[in-house]
Unconditional design. Structure first.
Length: 210
């Protein structure tokens, strides 16, 4: 609302930027709260003793922390956005179209959350103390490992891309590398951080049950 005082316009990018800034961190915090039963050996044994199968537990918790959470948060964001824009229109004459909210950027934010959420879900199940800190540290180590992995792949394929050619067009070569590997990378990391980590979460729950 403060921004509307100066530019008299609320762009969809600004709205979605605020949406993503709140949506992802709150969703991850919600994930840790849903899996709080795994914080101590006594509580997780009592929880796992309930007559519900592990796949049902995992699917219900994942569905609650991703699909249901996304729908609920999006509805709340729309209500808050309508209120803010209404106040802006009345007081400042703001121009805004809600048809632009569910744009490509919105689905990019949601897709990003769906990819990284299983990482924090595994951390919530695995660690008993300081779950958030240990999960973030693990992500940092994984990021470093994947960065080195990508660097090795990039060096292996640099001859065909001309990255180290003598024509002085290194930046062009890097752009070519990005365009060539971006689609493969999205599929690779999407599968790795999505379904594969859900499988890891399943086996972690089985391990806790044993």
């Amino acid at each position: 609302m403060l921004n509307m005082v100066w530019d008299k316009e609320l762009a969809s990018e600004e709205f979605l930027g605020i949406f993503g800034l709140c949506y992802i961190p709150l969703g991850l915090a919600f994930t840790f709260s849903v899996f709080r039963e795994f914080g101590h050996s006594n509580t997780d044994q009592l929880y796992l003793a309930l007559p519900v199968s592990i796949p049902e537990r995992l699917v219900s918790k994942w569905f609650s922390t991703t699909v249901l959470y996304t729908i609920a948060f999006s509805l709340v964001a729309i209500v808050v956005g309508v209120f803010a824009v209404t106040v802006g229109i009345i007081l400042f004459g703001v121009d805004f179209s809600f048809s632009a909210i569910f744009s490509e950027k919105y689905w990019t934010i949601v897709g990003t959350y769906f990819i990284i959420q299983p990482i924090f879900m595994v951390g919530a199940i695995t660690f008993s103390k300081n779950k958030i800190g240990k999960t973030i540290l693990s992500i940092g180590i994984l990021f470093l490992g994947f960065f080195l992995f990508n660097l090795v792949l990039f060096v292996l394929f640099n001859q065909g891309l001309g990255v180290f050619s003598n024509d002085g067009l290194g930046s062009v070569a890097f752009d070519r590398a990005s365009s060539d590997f971006s689609l493969i990378g999205r599929w690779f990391y999407g599968i790795l951080f999505g379904p594969l980590l859900l499988v890891v979460a399943y086996f972690k729950m089985v391990e806790k049950e044993v």
